[in-house]
Design a protein around this ligand. Structure first.
Ligand SMILES: CC(C)(COP(=O)(O)OP(=O)(O)OC[C@H]1O[C@@H](n2cnc3c(N)ncnc32)[C@H](O)[C@@H]1OP(=O)(O)O)[C@@H](O)C(=O)NCCC(=O)NCCS
Length: 177
């Protein structure tokens, strides 16, 4: 195999194995109250860095108990690698919080979590999803654009001195991938 396999093909095979290992190794499930502290810490470190810590363990635990909200997590073994919090309203759903641990990014985990949440929105008979992200968060903006979301409006000073972008997706329109 080593002699016959083109180096680029070998690199691609290794990358594919790694990708499938991560996806296979991840379990996506609804959060339980005991997960609240770990989710809140991820929010503090990866979503709210530099801002006042709004998503405390108590607030996350309240969302886990709230019947109009889903808190979903991705785990690899005992490690929390990603999560999302989606609130369902009459006519739309609001993605309140979403993150993947840095060492697990660009392996499809964010897409997997978002697909999971989108399917619950469709099941609830809702067609629109909205969210806000920091205008300076180019990674998140690229991620949502790649998943068929559109940037709708800039919200000046939404996060204190920082602007936000409101992003949305009409789920009746198919994403390219
Ligand atoms: C945004 C975030 C959730 C993406 O999670 P992820 O697991 O890396 O996403 P995926 O691997 O499913 O990425 C899917 C596609 O999105 C785009 N994308 C994701 N991260 C990107 C980046 N840093 N730069 C450019 N494009 C990016 C790419 O098109 C990617 O496909 P590719 O890897 O085949 O090129 C993650 O970067 C994160 O947690 N960021 C910090 C917290 C945050 O910004 N949360 C969202 C704000 S509400």
């Amino acid at each position: 195999m080593r002699d016959r396999c083109h180096p680029r093909l070998r690199t691609l095979l290794v990358a594919m194995c790694e990708y499938w290992w991560v996806i296979d190794a991840c379990e996506i499930r609804l959060a339980k109250p005991r997960d609240a502290a770990r989710i809140a810490q991820m929010s503090r470190d990866y979503v709210e860095a530099g801002l006042r810590w709004g998503w405390t363990p108590a607030r996350v635990a309240h969302s886990i108990r709230d019947c109009a909200t889903n808190v979903v997590i991705a785990e690899a073994g005992a490690d929390l690698v990603g999560f999302g919090i989606m609130k369902y309203r009459d006519d739309d759903a609001h993605l309140l919080l979403f993150a993947v641990r840095p060492e697990y990014r660009r392996r499809g985990i964010g897409s997997g979590l978002l697909r999971w949440l989108e399917s619950t929105v469709i099941t609830a008979g809702i067609e629109l999803i909205f969210l806000e992200t920091r205008a300076a968060n180019s990674a998140a903006r690229a991620f949502y654009a790649a998943r068929g979301y559109r940037e709708l409006v800039v919200l000046p000073h939404y996060y204190g001195s920082e602007d936000a972008v409101r992003i949305g997706r009409d789920l009746t329109i198919k994403a390219e991938r």
